[in-house]
Ligand binder design. Structure first.
Ligand code: MGD
Ligand code: MGD
Ligand code: SF4
Ligand code: MO
Length: 740
């Protein structure tokens, strides 16, 4: 493998540079970009006007992505932690020998269930990293696979499994065709869409109103999206009650789509009876939504020509996230909008991932439980919120070794302080990352991975949720920097040295031992070629006839269809009657938890804290890019009435206090907040060796988050990061210094 040295890249002289069309690997929007490369290094990233999907759109993050690749702080050699806490660069051989020997010793002494893996958010843009880590941990038959999904989207996988029979069978809002887009807890003008890949999402939203439709945003904050469309303020963490009242109104006024319900759903009576207990007047004091306004909304969504309902982090990171997601889907079903144009549609990506996880045994929920908290596994993963307890609780299956890829959990997972302490107690901690972060500062090894620009890959996560069917597979645009090596290669090396067969299937492990070790690109190519748009090895005569080779030769990718096909869900539903069963026992049980929840406002913690995503951030990972960090400060958004009641002033430093912790941040008083709710950007307050990120200051949001097993969504193990109780207090003597 050719390697190159880092050079500064502020220059944008493109003389002699080669243009590589590729896609941005930062968020789910899947923007086509051109990476200009000279001497193996990307010197500029720009919008690709000729990309058939995004047709020239990029955001500020995308065009600065190469600054991570070329960053002076980037880890480009294996780093070994020394007894005094500093890191020393070592050769790959030394690192691999030592890691393998220590892993072998842990396996001999404690068995494979002492080994854990974590996959962070960026792993879903690197299929080789993703699958090699899963194969490694599942090859060991360890239950300890953790993933960012448990601080993001587990609840959606669970609902998909329970209602539609496969965790990856996700409904997405048919934005290109809908007449009514109900957005609950999502801010696509900043996030560019999530669990949804829509080219040029801003325009797509305005197109809905241009064709006479509506976009309604339910959010405790008047977000950038709410500002442009219709805003319905809601008190954080009360969406389930709001949705129950919408269903109540629809049923009590006879507005449901009876024909669709008879045809597509079972257990409707149970849902109807449940919703009967939640008239809008009963939920108004909790949600803050006037009963009449809610009734109007119910009538409007029921009457809409088509309804595309979509909930994201606002509904996903609360304490009843699975039930809330179930109710969002129930609304689509009751109004007859499931699997129909303009409603909730089910993409069929060029690689059939649903089938793939069935074949590899990951289309599961509750096939085992976590050791300490008793949480159901979700697609073979456990909640990362449980990791500190799994490390600290003695007994068989106690986690002693952790392999962490592309995750910065001390900043992004609940209970930051406890997690940080627990990580320090591991016998072996290996991190695959570009930086020395607050998380891996405690690792025994930090191993340099390839960045998105340095690897060949395809956007496997976005493709599953693309509202416009699309497929792309691109070659690398840059040479690996320094000693950086792909994570799959490192894991393969460790497996060879320790004799671990990295495969979830017994047959796969046996084959590996016999020397049959197909590469990940070969396996994925096989699924592509046999998939709905594949070339079937020459047997297919029509359509796109895709193969990896063909796609690599057309790196801008191909549009496959105009719209997501509809009408195919029925055939894939798990029940014999081919209907969606709404009376799911685990959901009904959790609805009982909701019914008996203590709803009184906590006098000690009267406010609810929600997270806030910023245009120039992507969780924590771009915080070392100077161009994205200039003139930025993390501030708490607070309504004037709440600020007055708390005695804090605009610009002053204030303390946010929860049951779990306390942090200090400056306040920005703004009527963008619904009273009673405060919002703070997450992903700040860094430590470690990424100097720009550390210099940005700020505080770690997740010091405040509820971190006990009883705090999480009980059905999915999903963390509760939005809408938990806090109070805000002035910090004495700090007012003038804060905004300096
Ligand atoms: N620029 C940028 N883009 C990103 C990211 C980023 O960090 N920066 N992160 C990426 C990632 S990993 C993801 S998962 C997606 C997320 O994509 P989105 O979910 O669209 O983004 P968020 O900004 O988290 O939007 C959640 C909204 O829910 C609101 N909210 C909070 N609590 C509640 C509640 O209880 N009820 C309701 N109804 N609303 C509530 C918040 O005020 C916020 O506006 O964005 C992705 N895109
Ligand atoms: N309070 C609060 N907490 C949240 C959220 C919230 O809304 N509020 N959002 C949650 C959500 S939706 C998410 S997705 C998570 C994200 O949380 P994480 O999964 O921890 O993701 P990042 O913060 O992006 O950190 C990714 C790390 O991977 C490294 N990295 C980036 N790209 C690559 C790569 O290609 N390879 C390797 N090996 N490393 C890479 C980065 O340097 C960084 O250290 O945070 C969650 N945490
Ligand atoms: S919107 Fe997302 S995919 Fe597009 S350029 Fe920005 S970060 Fe990249
Ligand atoms: Mo996320």
């Amino acid at each position: 493998m050719e390697i190159r040295e880092r050079k500064p890249t502020d220059e944008v002289d493109l003389a002699g540079a080669v243009a590589h069309p590729t896609f941005c690997k930062i968020c789910e929007a899947l923007c086509g970009v051109i990476a200009y490369e000279r001497d193996g290094q990307v010197v500029k990233v720009a919008a690709d006007r000729d990309n058939p999907f995004s047709t020239g759109y990029v955001c500020p993050k995308g065009v600065n992505d190469h600054l991570v690749t070329n960053d002076e702080d980037r880890v480009v050699q294996p780093l070994q932690r020394q007894p005094d806490g500093t890191f020393r660069p070592v050769s790959w051989d030394e690192a691999l020998e030592d890691i393998s020997a220590r892993l072998r010793a842990i396996l001999d002494r404690h068995g494979p269930t002492a080994v854990a893996g974590y996959l962070g958010n960026p792993s879903v843009w690197d299929y080789t990293l993703f699958f090699s880590m899963v194969n490694f941990i599942k090859g060991l038959r360890s239950p300890h696979m953790y993933a960012t999904a448990s601080i993001d989207i587990n609840n959606r996988w669970v609902v998909n499994h329970l209602l539609y029979g496969n965790p990856l069978r996700s409904p997405v809002p048919d934005m290109p065709r809908t007449k009514f887009h109900l957005l609950v807890g999502a801010n696509p003008l900043v996030s560019h869409g999530s669990m949804l890949t829509q080219p040029r999402i801003r325009e797509a939203l305005f197109d809905i109103t241009k064709r006479g439709g509506r976009v309604v945003v339910v959010d405790p904050r008047r977000t950038e999206t709410a500002e442009q469309f219709e805003w319905l303020p809601i008190r954080a963490n009360t969406d389930a009650w709001m949705l129950l009242s919408l269903l109540h109104t629809i049923f009590s006024e006879g507005l449901e789509d009876r024909e669709a319900l008879d045809r597509d759903a079972a257990g409707v009576g149970t849902l109807r009876r449940l919703a009967a207990d939640y008239p809008p007047e009963a939920t108004e004091p909790l949600t803050g939504i006037p009963a009449e306004e809610l009734r109007r909304l119910a009538r409007d969504v029921a009457a809409a020509e088509s309804l595309a309902v979509h909930g994201r982090c606002g509904t996903s990171l609360g304490s009843f996230s699975t039930v809330t997601t179930y109710l969002l889907d129930a609304l689509a079903i009751v109004t007859g909008n499931l699997d129909r144009p303009g409603g909730s549609v089910f993409p069929r990506p060029a690689i059939d991932f649903e089938r793939m996880i069935e074949l590899f045994g990951f289309a599961t929920y509750g096939s085992y439980r976590s050791r300490v908290g008793g949480f159901n596994e979700v697609m073979g993963t456990l909640p990362v919120g449980e990791l500190p307890r799994e490390i600290e609780t003695p007994g068989s299956g106690q986690v002693r070794a952790l392999f962490m890829a592309a995750g910065n959990i001390v900043t992004t997972a609940p209970g930051a302080e406890r997690l940080e302490t627990a990580l320090g107690h591991l016998d072996l901690f290996v991190s695959f990352d570009f930086y020395r972060t607050e998380t891996n500062t405690q690792a025994d090894y930090i191993l340099p991975d390839l960045t998105g620009l340095e690897r060949s890959d395809f956007p496997f996560f976005p493709l599953m949720h693309a509202t416009v069917p699309y497929m792309q597979w691109t070659p690398a645009a840059a040479q690996p920097c320094g000693e950086a090596r792909p994570t799959w290669w490192v894991i393969d090396q460790i497996c060879r040295r320790t004799g671990i067969a990295p495969n979830p299937l017994a047959a796969g492990r046996a084959a590996w031992r016999l020397g049959v070790r197909p590469s990940l690109p070969t396996v994925l190519d096989l699924f592509l070629r046999l998939g709905p748009h594949g070339d079937r090895f020459g047997l297919r005569r029509t359509g796109a006839r895709l193969s990896r080779k063909k796609l690599l030769a057309t790196p801008r990718g191909v549009l496959l269809e105009e719209y997501v096909p509809t009408g195919h869900l029925r055939r894939r539903l798990p029940h014999k009657d081919r209907k969606v069963h709404l009376d799911v026992p685990v959901i009904l049980e959790d609805l009982e938890r909701l019914r008996t929840a203590d709803l009184s406002t906590d006098r000690e913690y009267p406010l609810r804290l929600v997270s806030l995503r910023e245009l120039r951030s992507q969780n924590s990972r771009l915080h070392n890019v100077d161009r994205l960090m200039r003139n930025r400060q993390q501030t708490l958004r607070m309504h004037p009435d709440d600020a007055c009641a708390a005695g804090v002033e605009d610009g002053a430093l204030a303390a946010i206090i929860s049951r779990r912790g306390r942090i200090e941040v400056p306040v920005r008083v703004s009527d963008e907040m619904m009273p009673g709710n405060v919002a703070l950007p997450q992903g700040w307050g860094h430590k470690g060796g990424w100097h720009r990120a550390v210099a940005a200051g700020g505080a770690n949001y997740n010091i405040l988050t509820p971190d006990q097993s009883t705090d999480f969504d009980q059905v999915s193990g999903q963390a509760w990061l939005n809408g938990f109780p806090v109070r805000v207090e002035p910090v004495s003597g700090a007012a003038s210094a804060a905004m300096a």
